[in-house]
Design a protein around this ligand. Structure first.
Ligand SMILES: NC(=O)c1ccc[n+]([C@@H]2O[C@H](COP(=O)([O-])OP(=O)(O)OC[C@H]3O[C@@H](n4cnc5c(N)ncnc54)[C@H](O)[C@@H]3O)[C@@H](O)[C@H]2O)c1
Ligand SMILES: [Zn+2]
Ligand SMILES: [Zn+2]
Length: 410
């Protein structure tokens, strides 16, 4: 097996994996005819079998990619808080499940019908697949792609499963399952990126960085001169701070009970820090001359409906609160004075993937990284081997990480 470079049909050079048959004098068979030869991949993965238990790192078997799918050798996976919601039961998903949805790697093999991707391509997974065909995709809102309804099923898009462990089918989170050195995903989840972007940084834009950045830039629509508050400085919040800074916010209040987070927040662009929303109230009132925050991004580990009234308290007239953090699935109550919502024209909006578009925003953010405007390096506080995934999540609970990243062997 070897790699060759060929001219692509859109003029760009593409990399293709080929087999040279030694008995046939080294004749080349292209990747497009290889998929039928693909076999099962024996690998390992971090699987959640029951809520309130550890991730179990164990052997899995991976079927070859089918129609529209690709086999990807992962280089790294970010450890987002959303996987933790599966463990606590705040997010309900089919179990057993391979966790992880913030991945980047190299395409190893393509199934039939795959267009625009070839073995050797570097890819980031957008955590919400973008089919490109449905009304939200067609109108530029691929973060709301109609395939999203299928993503929590844990099956591939054709309703079948490629991952197996202990003799049974295993789901994958968001049809990705990046807590494994190999996975099979649909091409709709893949965004091809330039080869020179380090994959351990690139993985972060598959979820956390784009979600936080877009929460400020798109969902909140931060404008030059705005006063902004970001509540919770993890992977999402630190990226929301960076988005607010790049959008020209004048003051950025970073709110987090963990001292380390308040220490690190200014390096991402925060101008002020506070340990709680209640503590931030007087500071924001003083620093904004009573105007309060034009935009407030909620990026706590677990959202709390009971906090919404105090969150609206730090929000200016006509100000906007963006609810990016995930609330427990069964939480249905929220404190909110609706009379003041009306009289002061405040807004509360939800945002998924920062209201961003995987195909345009993932390359855009990686370009900002290359240009030195977006800091991905400092987002990674600690790296772990797959076998240490539970330690990584303990460090997240203990407030030690902006983002922990799993690194797979090259
Ligand atoms: N909407 C989306 O598309 C989307 C995408 C990814 C993640 N999320 C969600 O965003 C949230 C944040 O994810 P993350 O990976 O950054 O989590 P994280 O655990 O890395 O960071 C959360 C931060 O919130 C802080 N925090 C906890 N309670 C707080 C409080 N009362 N006030 C202020 N800060 C508080 C923690 O100290 C921590 O620093 C999670 O709920 C996650 O599921 C949403
Ligand atoms: Zn995530
Ligand atoms: Zn779509």
């Amino acid at each position: 097996m070897e790699w060759i470079r060929r001219a692509g049909d859109v003029g760009a050079e593409r990399v293709e994996q080929v087999e040279r048959d030694p008995d046939a004098g080294g004749s080349v068979r292209s990747a497009s005819s290889r998929h039928t030869l693909g076999g099962t991949v024996e690998t390992e993965a971090a699987i959640l079998w029951q809520p309130h238990t550890d991730w179990s790192v164990e052997p899995i078997e991976l079927d070859p990619p089918k129609e529209g799918e690709v086999l990807v050798k992962l280089a790294a996976s970010g450890m987002c808080h959303s996987d933790e919601h599966l463990v606590t039961g705040d997010l309900i998903a089919p179990l057993p499940i391979v966790g992880g949805h913030e991945g980047a790697g190299v395409v190893e093999e393509v199934g039939p019908g795959v267009t625009g991707l070839a073995p050797g391509d570097h890819v980031v997974f957008g955590f919400i697949a973008a089919c490109g065909q449905c009304p939200p995709c067609a109108t530029g809102h691929s973060n709301l792609c109609d395939t999203g309804a299928e993503l929590m099923s844990g099956h591939q898009m054709d309703g079948t499963v490629r991952h197996h462990a202990r003799g049974q089918d295993v789901a994958t989170l968001l049809c990705l399952g990046t807590f494994a050195p190999y996975t099979v995903v649909n091409q709709a989840s893949c965004v091809k990126i330039l080869d020179d972007i380090p994959l351990d940084r690139a993985c972060l834009v598959g979820c956390g960085v784009t979600t936080g950045w877009g929460s400020s830039v798109y969902a909140a629509d931060v404008r030059p001169g705005d006063n902004v508050a970001v509540i919770g400085i993890g992977g999402i919040g630190a990226s929301a701070v960076q988005g607010a800074r790049l959008a020209g916010a004048e003051t950025i209040f970073a709110i987090d009970p963990v001292e380390l987070k308040r220490t690190l927040a200014p390096s991402f662009g925060a101008t002020h820090v506070a340990a709680s929303v209640d503590e931030a109230f007087a500071l924001i009132e003083q620093e904004t001359w009573g105007h309060m925050c034009d935009k407030v991004i909620c990026a706590m580990g677990v959202g709390s409906g009971a906090m919404m009234e105090s969150i609206l308290g730090i929000t200016a007239k006509r100000g906007r609160v963006v609810v990016t953090n995930i609330h427990p699935a069964l939480e249905s109550s929220v404190t909110m004075n609706l009379m003041f919502l009306t009289l002061l024209e405040k807004q509360v909006v939800g945002s998924i993937f920062g209201s961003a578009n995987i195909r345009s925003d993932i390359p855009k953010l990686l370009k900002l990284y290359r240009d030195g405007q977006l800091d991905l390096d400092s987002m990674i506080t600690n790296t772990y081997k797959l076998g240490d995934v539970n330690q990584g999540y303990q460090d997240m609970r203990d407030g030690k990480n902006i983002r922990g990243v799993l690194i797979y062997d090259s």
